[in-house]
Design a protein around this ligand. Structure first.
Ligand SMILES: Nc1ncnc2c1ncn2[C@@H]1O[C@H](COP(=O)(O)OP(=O)(O)O)[C@@H](O)[C@H]1O
Ligand SMILES: [Mg+2]
Length: 250
């Protein structure tokens, strides 16, 4: 679905992405892991073009996104959903207004009653009911993420991007988010691209895993091959997080 070739991004003299190559497979959950500050968020922002790549290609269904103008890009952006690290809800809008925002702004649905039904259905998908009138400040961290997820998927995107979906959540809420991502893949066949340093989340949801280190994806493969990689950096990374194998293999 998305093919990234030789993607480069620097900030002044700091090279963050130094030739990233990556395939995001259709219908699969791809997780990119890596230490804090290695450039995972920068990678995600380049793919959705919130940051301008210095060099390289981002092929979305064969179209090079780096070559598109703003109008063409917006057509593609409609097919992308994003859940940012802090859920990025609008604090002055209710849950209902937050979730309805993308379909109202993009005029995807105009009928007020239909909008209501769609918001209700989508909140149901993320396991939230009857909280339409609440304000973001009244919600727990886990609930905010769910509302953010509902907002990201209400437009029925082909691919959803997640930046650290479980950071700051307690283990129970983290598990719930992992289930939601899996369910979304199963029920809506959504392609998911997740960046995380939460290895327990990673091994719960990933079909494919890549390790970003010093500006490059130094290892990429399905979950099983990743766990058994002979790459010293991968082994060190797994060891550092005490990931010892079998319980994650399923
Ligand atoms: N907009 C920006 N301007 C300058 N430097 C940035 C910007 N965004 C990120 N960086 C730098 O790029 C590096 C990678 O950041 P980031 O992608 O956020 O790391 P990660 O998500 O892996 O923790 C960091 O050193 C960060 O300071
Ligand atoms: Mg980050």
């Amino acid at each position: 679905m998305i093919k990234i070739e030789n993607l480069k991004k620097s900030f002044d003299s700091q090279v963050v992405l130094d030739g990233v190559n990556l395939n995001i497979e259709d219908g699969k959950i791809t997780v990119i892991i890596g230490k804090s500050g290695t450039g995972k968020s920068v990678l995600l922002k380049n793919i959705i073009r919130l940051l301008e790549p210095d060099d390289g290609k981002i092929l979305y269904n064969e179209k090079d996104m780096t070559k598109l103008n703003e109008k063409e890009l917006n057509k593609i952006r409609i097919k992308l959903g994003v859940l940012f690290q802090d859920a990025a809800l609008f604090d002055s809008l209710s849950v209902f207004e937050n979730v309805a925002f993308p379909i109202i702004e993009r005029k995807i649905i105009k009928n007020r009653q239909k909008i209501k039904e769609e918001v209700k259905k989508t909140l149901g998908l993320v396991g939230l009911d009857e909280i339409y009138d609440k304000m973001p400040s009244e919600l727990s961290g886990g609930m905010k993420k769910r509302v953010g997820l509902a907002r990201a998927i209400i437009t029925k995107p082909e691919i959803v991007f997640f930046d650290e979906p479980t950071t700051g959540l307690d283990p129970v809420s983290s598990m719930a988010i992992a289930h939601l991502i899996k369910n979304m893949q199963n029920e809506l066949s959504t392609t998911c691209f997740v960046i995380s340093h939460d290895l327990s989340l990673t091994f719960k949801i990933a079909d494919n895993i890549g390790l970003l280190d010093k500006g490059k994806i130094i290892e990429f493969g399905d979950k099983k091959s990743f766990l058994h990689s002979n790459n010293t950096l991968v082994k060190n990374f797994l060891n550092a997080y005490n990931i010892a194998g079998d319980e994650y293999e399923k």
